[in-house]
Design a protein around this ligand. Structure first.
Ligand SMILES: [Zn+2]
Length: 288
């Protein structure tokens, strides 16, 4: 957050004061919203390409260019055509973590099938000296959320003692997400600084989004990353904001237009988002 000082005409100042009193809104919020509108830079809006239901049905063809995605947000996550790795968008740069474990920056011309981004403007932050497990991270983020019915973005930066991550491997056309998940690569990283890029989506948005928490990791040196299954960290700064608006860009590919997307995607999504070990055991609550 930055602080600015500026001079206003008396009439605008009076109108601003009147609105602050009438709507019980802070000056910061009113000015930020007005500037966002006038400068064409939406605040706290999610921009999503395609839907989770389409992913579950195996629609992984590229639909939107990375350059367009980055015009709508500087922070988020997603995947690539044919599920070729995990996407992390951080500080306005799009990274591809591939199943070999390498991380590269992605060219703006690349077409992608699914992603969710926002302009990251944190409204809250809290430092946690210790995060011992994924459940700890979830509990820490839960404390910062004040509703189950809005979307939230979370950025957690700290010293990671362990990160267990999953990276999807490229699949052939017609492979469902559930089948694709069985070929995912798992990595374990130790003792490195990095950032978790996280989104929380409400249960009611399950046809569009991955319900609950979804975290992707990127190391500070931008050499390691993936979809987070477990982590242990210290001195973690968690920042975030609620998001009350969503813009969904639906693919206009032949495959999307003709697909049957009426099936409830939740069970397959939960299965695909968990680790191989978890899937082999009894069902567990979805936590990342
Ligand atoms: Zn993921």
């Amino acid at each position: 957050m930055r602080t600015i000082t500026c001079n206003l005409p008396d009439s605008l100042y009076a109108a601003l004061k009147e609105r602050m009193t009438g709507d019980k809104e802070t000056c910061d919020h009113l000015v930020a919203r007005a500037l966002a509108k006038s400068l064409g830079t939406p605040l706290h809006t999610l921009f999503q390409v395609s839907t989770s239901a389409a992913l579950v049905e195996g629609l992984y063809q590229g639909a939107v260019r990375v350059s367009r995605l980055l015009r709508h947000g500087d922070f988020g996550l997603g995947t690539f055509a044919d599920l070729d790795g995990e996407m992390v968008v951080l500080e306005g740069v799009c990274y591809q973590v591939s199943s070999t474990g390498t991380v590269v920056t992605v060219d703006g011309e690349r077409l992608i099938p699914y992603a969710v981004v926002t302009r990251f403007n944190p409204d809250f932050r809290k430092n946690h000296q210790t995060i011992s497990t994924m459940n700890d991270l979830v509990a820490a983020c839960d404390q910062l959320r004040d509703s189950n019915n809005l979307f939230y973005a979370f950025r957690a930066t700290g010293n990671f003692h362990t990160v267990k991550a999953r990276v999807m491997k490229s699949v052939s056309e017609g492979t469902t997400l559930k089948m694709a998940a069985s070929g995912q690569q798992e990595f374990s990283f130790d003792e490195l600084r990095g950032t978790l890029v996280g989104l929380w989506s409400p249960e009611f948005a399950a046809s569009f989004s991955v319900p609950g928490y979804h975290f992707h990791f990127l190391s500070e040196d931008r050499q390691k990353g993936g979809h987070v299954l477990e982590c242990r960290a210290s001195d973690v700064d968690i920042e975030g904001c609620s998001i009350g608006e969503m813009h969904v860009s639906l693919p206009e590919t032949e495959e999307f237009l003709k697909a049957d997307l009426s099936r409830d995607p939740v069970e397959d999504l939960l299965s695909a988002e968990r680790s191989r070990a978890s899937r082999a055991s009894a069902p567990i609550p979805f936590d990342c």
